[in-house]
Structure formats: structure tokens, C-alpha cells
Design a protein around this ligand. Structure first.
Ligand SMILES: C[S@@+](CC[C@H](N)C(=O)[O-])C[C@H]1O[C@@H](n2cnc3c(N)ncnc32)[C@H](O)[C@@H]1O
Length: 378
């Protein structure tokens, strides 16, 4: 089908949007750049790069800090619903979607003459049904996203499906787990690249220690899960199988250590590490912060998120706990760097640790958390 000039579609080189937590976009951009994607640009809520479908698969497989990867398939100017109807019918949906796979559409509108997102979603869904014949279902794994901003409608496909923090190994979680994507970006902000020891003295379900161990072992975060892009017309199963089969040599001898005073948390995070395939380079031990000792070997990174208070509903003051964290780390962890994730800056400063300028507060399950980090402790 010849495309009219008013519908711009992209195939071999299109915009790829990697969504992340507001505030952490530059950290994600750094990861995307280091992993070889083209000219990553920070935009609100994510990072934009360009590439083809193989880059989309690679981004889902490799990138630790993205919550989802969107492929931008078309964009056009639109000012009323009848025009949207016409233009949405001209998008070559069969190039992207399969007629045998259910789809759903989500829309949002901002600063545009089209303001009713429900009507926009419905017009686009109708165009897909009419032109492709694919079934629409609210539970569909394949989601088309329409964003109408300043009278320009951008159509994207969410190529991830289940959010990417679901790596596929964490069966057990405790009361207040960090998302794997956020943990990976905080590790990166602390300068962790897998080449040094790390310890999480309050590991909970083990998010930091497992992410760190995977980084050390050079395991791809998406190695063990499925993605929505496997259900698109653009999918090439053989090429994908070759891409995901590539493994890199694991350096020996690096250990990631986890402690928690709660025996249940230790058992849970150990089971999660086993499922993730990093049991051989992780070590878990029950113990309170007061008993914490540095593991043998060179200094590295201590990273933790102590109880927040508000979320775990402790009621009492957490100042003594944070103060104890600071005392133990200053006395026993000379040469180590510290990353501490806290909701309350006053609690973080109760540690007395020499924090550098903190990162921005990042939304996390109804709270806003901040990474406070230090250089090597003197
Ligand atoms: C907010 S949770 C950590 C969540 C973890 N980062 C995750 O992603 O699952 C805080 C943890 O600190 C542990 N904890 C609380 N007080 C402690 C203490 N005095 N010594 C060691 N661990 C403690 C709790 O058992 C809990 O697992």
C-alpha cells in the first residue's frame, strides 16, 4: 500500500523509547549508551534511541534500568476524530501486528484539540479491527499506545509486555521490595560495574544482591522471560534465539553478600538467587546490622535500603537504627563506598555518613525515595 504523505511510518530505523522512573532518566541514558545503542537522548520519563526490530529485542534483553521498551511505529498531525479515523485506517497495521493475536489500545491526550483519550483509543482499535481483523481484548499482551500531544498523534507498540522489572526469577518477595530496574540504576549511580565486592546488610528479598551478581556474572536481565515482541509480525524466532543464546564469560571469584536480621528474608533471597542462577557468586547470612563485618578481600560497595518507617508501619522512631548503620559502617568499612536508599533525608543524615549530593527523589510505590551515596569512607 502506498502511504499517504500525512502518515509517517518507520520500519528499519525508528524511535525506540525506554521508559524509566522520573529522575533516573540520565542514569538509564548512560546504560543505554554504554551498551552500544545509538545516541540515547534523555526525555521526561525515559530515553529515546533509534534502531530496528533487532535493537528492540536487544534493548528488552540487555537493559537493566528500563521498565518497558516502546517501538514508535507512526506519527501524524491530527485535530479531529474523523481525521483520526481516516489516518488510523491508513497505518499499515499488518506490518506490525498479527491478525491471530489479540491486541489492546491505550491512549493519552495532552495540550491537543483531541482531548478524550477513550475516544482516541476506540477509533484506533476500530481501525486495527477493520484493516487487520485482529481480535481486541482488554487482557491482550500486545498493547498499542497512542499519545496525542500538541495535535500530533504518536503510535507506539509496547514491545515488553509484562514490565521489565519482572525478570522472571523472583517467586518470593518481602513487604517492601525495590524494583529490580530501580535497584540496577541505583547500583549504577554508585559506580558499581560488577568488578568489586558488594554487600547489602538489609537485603529483604535480595533485589540489590541479585542485580549486582547478575551484573558481575554478565547475565542479561531478560534471559529468562518472554516479551510481547514475540507476538508481533516483525518477530524472527531464529534470529531471536541466536541473540539470546550469546553468553559472555563469567569472571570468577567475585562475591556479592547479603545480610538481614530476619531468617525468612535470608531464606527468601537465597531461593531467589538460586532461581536467578547466581547462587555460586552470592552469599547470604542472617545477622543484625550491629553484627555486620566486611567480607574478606578488597573494599567495594555497601548498598542498602533500611526500613522506611511510613511504608513498613513501624510506628516508632527509626533514628536509632539509621544511627547504628552509620556507626557500624564508619567504624568497620573504611575504604568502602555506601549507597543508602531512604525516604526521609533526616533519617539518612542520622547515619552521620559523609554523603555527596544526593540523586533526585524517585517515585516508588506511593513513596519518594532518594539514593544517598558516599565516596570511599576514610
Ligand atoms: C525495606 S526492606 C529491604 C528491601 C530490599 N531492598 C528488597 O528489595 O527486598 C528492609 C529490610 O531491613 C531488615 N532489617 C531491619 N532492621 C534490621 C537490622 N537491625 N539489621 C539487619 N536487617 C534489618 C528487614 O528485615 C527488611 O528485610
Amino acid at each position: 500500500m502506498a502511504l499517504p504523505p500525512d502518515v509517517m511510518t518507520q520500519d528499519s530505523d525508528f524511535e525506540i523509547f525506554l521508559a524509566t522512573f522520573p529522575g533516573l532518566e540520565p542514569v538509564l541514558a548512560e546504560e543505554v549508551r554504554l551498551k552500544g545503542f545509538k545516541r540515547p537522548t534523555v526525555v521526561p520519563g525515559g530515553v529515546v534511541t533509534r534502531g530496528g526490530w533487532a535493537d528492540v529485542w536487544r534493548a528488552n534483553l540487555w537493559i537493566r534500568g528500563a521498565g518497558s521498551v516502546l517501538a514508535r511505529i507512526a506519527s501524524f498531525r491530527v485535530v479531529h476524530l474523523a481525521q483520526l479515523d481516516t489516518l488510523a485506517h491508513r497505518v499499515p497495521w499488518a506490518a506490525f501486528l498479527r491478525r491471530d493475536i489479540p491486541f489492546r489500545v491505550e491512549a493519552s491526550c495532552a495540550g491537543s484539540r483531541l482531548y478524550h483519550s477513550g475516544a482516541v483509543a476506540q477509533r484506533i482499535a476500530t481501525a486495527i479491527r477493520d484493516t487487520l481483523g485482529a481480535p481486541e481484548s482488554p487482557e491482550a499482551m500486545v498493547m498499542v499506545m497512542a499519545r496525542v500531544e500538541k495535535d500530533v498523534c504518536t503510535l507506539s507498540i509496547d514491545t515488553s509486555g509484562e514490565p521489565l522489572h519482572k525478570r522472571g526469577f523472583k517467586a518470593a518477595v518481602n513487604a517492601a521490595p525495590l524494583r529490580e530496574t530501580m535497584a540496577a540504576l541505583f547500583l549504577r549511580q554508585c559506580g558499581y560495574d560488577g568488578g568489586e565486592p558488594m554487600i547489602d546488610p538489609m537485603c529483604g528479598s535480595g533485589t540489590f544482591v541479585i542485580e549486582a551478581a547478575e551484573i558481575a556474572a554478565r547475565l542479561n536481565p531478560g534471559r529468562d522471560r518472554s516479551f510481547a515482541f514475540e507476538h508481533l509480525a516483525t518477530f524472527d524466532a531464529e534470529a531471536w534465539a541466536r541473540m539470546r543464546a550469546v553468553t559472555r564469560a563469567r569472571p570468577a571469584g567475585i562475591r556479592c553478600h547479603a545480610r538481614d536480621r530476619d531468617a525468612g528474608a535470608i531464606a527468601m533471597s537465597q531461593a531467589n538467587a538460586e532461581r536467578a542462577g547466581v547462587a555460586d557468586i552470592t552469599e547470604f547470612r542472617q545477622g543484625a546490622i550491629s553484627e555486620l563485618q566486611p567480607p574478606e578481600g578488597p573494599p567495594g560497595l555497601v548498598i542498602l535500603n533500611p526500613p522506611y518507617g511510613a511504608r513498613l508501619g513501624d510506628g516508632g522512631s527509626l533514628v536509632p537504627l539509621y544511627r547504628a548503620v552509620g556507626q557500624v559502617l564508619k567504624a568497620r568499612f573504611v575504604g568502602w563506598r555506601v549507597g543508602l536508599v531512604a525516604q526521609d533525608a533526616k533519617l539518612a543524615h542520622a547515619t552521620g555518613l559523609p554523603f555527596l549530593t544526593p540523586g533526585p527523589p524517585v517515585p516508588h510505590g506511593g513513596l519518594r525515595v532518594t539514593l544517598f551515596h558516599t565516596g570511599p569512607l576514610a
